[in-house]
Design a protein around this ligand. Structure first.
Ligand SMILES: Nc1ncnc2c1ncn2[C@@H]1O[C@H](COP(=O)(O)OP(=O)(O)OP(=O)(O)O)[C@@H](O)[C@H]1O
Length: 263
């Protein structure tokens, strides 16, 4: 469980997250959405204590995040951040093995179990055949899948993901988010694609200029009125096999005739 209450965060004299709250219950997948620069990454980084809030509190299973140190924090929270150094001369398997570090006794070697966990994590993201490749030579999407495998190997019970579908092709975008939902791990995920957010998140928090302007189920948050106000875009909600999906058009475009309509 992750609970943030009235969290404000800034850089220098600039407050970019203003009194934002969020609650992700056990196994929930909460999506953080909002336009560029609205504060999503900054807020997410505060949830894993990479940034210290100016005000407010972040609590992990009833324990303030600031009380968790190094290894304990790494055992409890796995993160895929937006940019990760890529030029280390390590193999893919070594990269994923890093996820096992919080479980290793001080100075002990990795065990057979660690290696098995790494192999299983790579299989889960469809990257088992990349295990011996040098990480820096992978494509953007392959790297992203390996970073997700590392979080799986970490076996933390909280998952924080910043744009995890970045670089992934359409099939892997869906596979990844479906897998995240099936893990049963408390997750907060930054997403730009509102249709993915609608489909895979149990709850959404929408930020605008650092403030949470809507919180609730995808149906409650992704309304045409709210999306016009926050993104300046028209949207038509449709139901596809019972799931909410959005069809967009620019606010200054004339309404399009439905496909197949006589002109
Ligand atoms: N390290 C930093 N130092 C100073 N300002 C920063 C820093 N990181 C982010 N900002 C500023 O804070 C604001 C929020 O940025 P943030 O990256 O949190 O937004 P975001 O919603 O994740 O954006 P995007 O969708 O473009 O990734 C922006 O105005 C950004 O320029």
């Amino acid at each position: 469980m992750i609970t943030a209450t009235d969290v404000s965060v800034g850089y220098g004299g600039n407050l970019v997250v203003k009194s934002v709250g969020l609650h992700a219950g056990p196994g929930e997948v909460v999506g953080l959405i909002g336009p560029n620069g609205s504060g999503k990454s900054t807020f997410l980084r505060t949830l894993y204590a990479a940034l210290r809030p100016r005000a407010g509190l972040v609590v992990l299973d009833e324990q303030p995040i600031t009380q968790l140190r190094g290894t304990e924090l790494a055992r409890r929270v796995a993160v895929v951040a937006q940019e990760t150094p890529t030029d280390l001369p390590v193999t893919v398997a070594d990269m994923v093995l890093l996820g096992r570090a919080p479980h290793r006794k001080a100075l002990a070697a990795f065990t057979r179990e660690d290696h098995r966990t790494v192999a299983a994590a790579l299989s889960r993201v469809g990257a088992r055949d990349l295990a011996d490749r040098r990480y820096s030579t992978l494509s953007g999407g392959e790297k992203q899948r390996v970073l997700v495998a590392r979080t799986l190997a970490q076996q933390a019970d909280h998952l924080l993901l910043d744009e995890p579908t970045n670089h992934l092709d359409i099939r892997y975008q869906h596979e990844l988010l479906r897998m995240v939902g099936q893990l049963g791990v408390t997750t907060v995920v930054v997403l730009h694609d509102l249709n993915l957010a609608a489909r895979y998140c149990t709850k959404l928090v929408m930020l605008q200029d650092g403030r949470a302007v809507a919180t609730g189920t995808p149906e409650e948050v992704l309304t045409p009125e709210m999306l016009l106000r926050v993104y300046g875009i028209h949207v038509e909600p449709v139901s596809v096999r019972g799931a909410l999906q959005l069809v967009f058009s620019m606010a200054d475009e004339p309404a399009m005739a439905p496909a197949g309509a006589a002109g």
